[in-house]
Design a binder for this molecule. Structure first.
Ligand code: KIV
Ligand code: NA
Length: 264
């Protein structure tokens, strides 16, 4: 398709095809990933960690999300652009969830929103969908609930696997166009994909989901340091950029740059 819509993701699932999703927070990565054929771009609230330098996703606000959403939306022409509802802007009521989603659509120019939370949030999700806004549900490990969940832990192991399936079914029934699962056993994620008609997306959820998502700075090796077990690094951008910066500084200090070819 020339432009990816939510119904194309449904077609992918119906035809047994997988799709790729990455985060993006600004112009160049949005352009590059869009041109590379990534089907879904997410302005994640992971911008808290990966753009603004916060320790967790909890501090980021709608006002901090919206400029990033505008930049990505203006730069991506094919991908479906989805924005996260940040912590604190949707939980209180379905009305609050609609108001925040409207801001992401109207000011952030995105095509859909993503909301963390299980079946307790089905009324919120339904209200957003009723306002004409497509919603991706996010279940399993939900980073905004890190403190309630007792840290970064796999969700849905053993007996609690059924809860993940029940959450997915409730949110799909409420109108989610897709259900994303973070850090759940591969068997549970595959069971969810079988239990609901809409496409699933996984991160640390094994190979049985319709789509996969990663944070781009993790995927491209920009972040450095320890990466989670579920991350595969496809490049080493931190090393590449570090070497470029050092070479530039060396050449400035030694007088090699700028050369005659860079001078007027
Ligand atoms: O904020 C984010 O980046 C996310 C995903 C990686 C699922 O929610
Ligand atoms: Na997120």
């Amino acid at each position: 398709p020339r432009k990816i819509r939510t119904h194309h993701l449904q077609q992918f699932k119906d035809q047994g095809q997988k799709f790729a999703m990455l985060t993006a927070y600004e112009q160049y990565t949005a352009q590059i990933f869009d041109e590379a054929g990534i089907e879904v771009l997410l302005i994640g609230d992971s911008a808290a960690n990966n753009v603004y330098g916060y320790e967790t996703t909890l501090p980021i606000t709608l006002d901090e999300m919206i400029p990033l959403c505008r930049a990505v939306s203006r730069s991506a022409h094919r991908a479906l652009v989805v924005a996260d509802l940040p912590f604190g802007c949707y939980e209180a009521s379905p009305e609050q969830a609609v108001a925040a989603s409207v801001r992401l659509m109207k000011e952030g120019l995105v095509a859909a929103v993503k909301m963390e939370g299980g079946q307790r949030f089905a009324p919120h999700l339904r209200a957003i969908v009723d306002a004409g806004i497509p919603v991706m549900a996010h279940i399993g490990f939900t980073p905004q609930s890190e403190h309630a969940l007792g840290g970064y832990r796999v969700q849905g192991r053993g007996d609690t696997g059924q809860q993940v399936i029940d959450d997915a079914v409730a949110l799909a029934d409420a109108g989610a166009f897709s259900v994303l699962m973070e850090m759940v056993p591969a068997t549970v994620a595959a069971a969810v994909d079988a239990a609901i008609a809409v496409p699933t997306v996984g991160i640390g959820a094994g190979n049985g989901t319709t789509g996969q998502v990663l944070v781009w700075q993790d995927m491209a090796g920009l972040r450095g340091g320890q990466v989670a077990k579920f991350v595969k690094q496809y490049a080493e951008l931190r090393t590449t950029l570090s070497e470029a910066a050092r070479s530039y500084a060396d050449e400035v200090r030694s007088g090699v740059f700028p050369g005659p070819e860079h001078s007027f």
